[in-house]
Design a protein. Structure first.
Length: 282
């Protein structure tokens, strides 16, 4: 039998959820501020110079709501959500997959996919079952020691493609600009023959590369028994902040065409149907 819920416990729960408290997201909007959690060194998503597409999206939302953006900068390392959004330091976490459990999410504003990145001078990779993957030097993104948590690593391992695979840290060396971009540079520099890279990162840095690169969506979209490579991306807010989430949803719905144009300008590969024709990723 569960212990009785006392008034003190109820008060604690309310403070955790920040319902109606002075620090709630809705209260911050009423004060003229949209508080955004963001990584200061992570293009094409965000940086401290506000050059990423998530920076631009935050500014678009703020303008629509007639407020200003205020950032909490925090590197996307372990504890990122706990130390920012859940700590009450900011109210909106841009660019989260819709299945992220610790947060309440908005409607998705884009759907993207992992991609095969190759030099244009080499034949494209058709799928994870392409025989070329067994002989080429393959780069994959990894989070840390738990490499199996990366969908491409799991797909390659299931096919016995291991010895010719090199891992590139998503977190990377934070002393350098945009650490996750190393894998795309590795393809351009000939360090690997093909990189399997999350779409927005691949599309943006392929456009910046002095060596012409090709970006192709991986195939299949879902590997058996169930390993997805395509994800819906949304904005995360604290659980209990449904009114704030609904206001963000309204902006995402009303400004869909502008958001699609923004994503196209950054070369984001889409696995959904944009409201406007997007620029083809090179």
């Amino acid at each position: 039998m569960h212990p009785p819920i006392t008034m003190r416990v109820l008060a604690l729960l309310s403070s955790i959820l920040l319902l109606g408290s002075p620090t709630s997201a809705s209260a911050q909007l009423a004060r003229g501020t949209l508080r955004v959690c963001a990584d200061p060194n992570n293009l094409p998503f965000s940086n401290q110079r506000r050059e990423g597409f998530e920076n631009k999206l935050a500014e678009l939302i703020a303008a629509e709501l007639h407020v200003r953006v205020r950032y909490t900068w925090w590197a996307q390392r372990r504890g990122y959500v706990r130390n920012t959004l859940r700590a009450g330091k900011c109210d909106a976490l841009m660019g989260v997959p819709t299945g992220l459990d610790p947060v309440l999410v908005t409607r998705p504003y884009y759907r993207s996919t992992y991609t095969f990145v190759t030099r244009r001078s080499t034949p494209p990779i058709a799928s994870f079952d392409d025989p070329a993957l067994r002989r080429l030097r393959v780069g994959v993104q990894i989070v840390g020691d738990g490499e199996a948590s990366s969908p491409p690593v799991a797909a390659l391992t299931r096919r016995g493609i291991v010895e010719n695979v090199t891992g590139y840290m998503i977190l990377g060396d934070y002393r350098r600009p945009n650490p996750p971009s190393h894998i795309v540079r590795a393809v351009a520099d000939g360090e690997v023959d093909v990189g399997i890279v999350w779409g927005p990162l691949a599309g943006y840095f392929a456009k910046q590369s002095p060596v012409p690169l090709r970006v192709d969506p991986v195939s299949p979209e879902i590997d058996l028994p169930y390993l997805p490579f395509v994800f819906d991306i949304a904005i995360g807010v604290r659980r209990g902040e449904s009114a704030f989430r609904d206001r963000l949803d309204g902006v995402l719905r009303r400004r869909r065409r502008d958001i699609d144009r923004l994503l196209a300008s950054y070369g984001v590969p889409r696995a959904d149907t944009p409201a406007v024709a997007s620029t083809r990723t090179p």
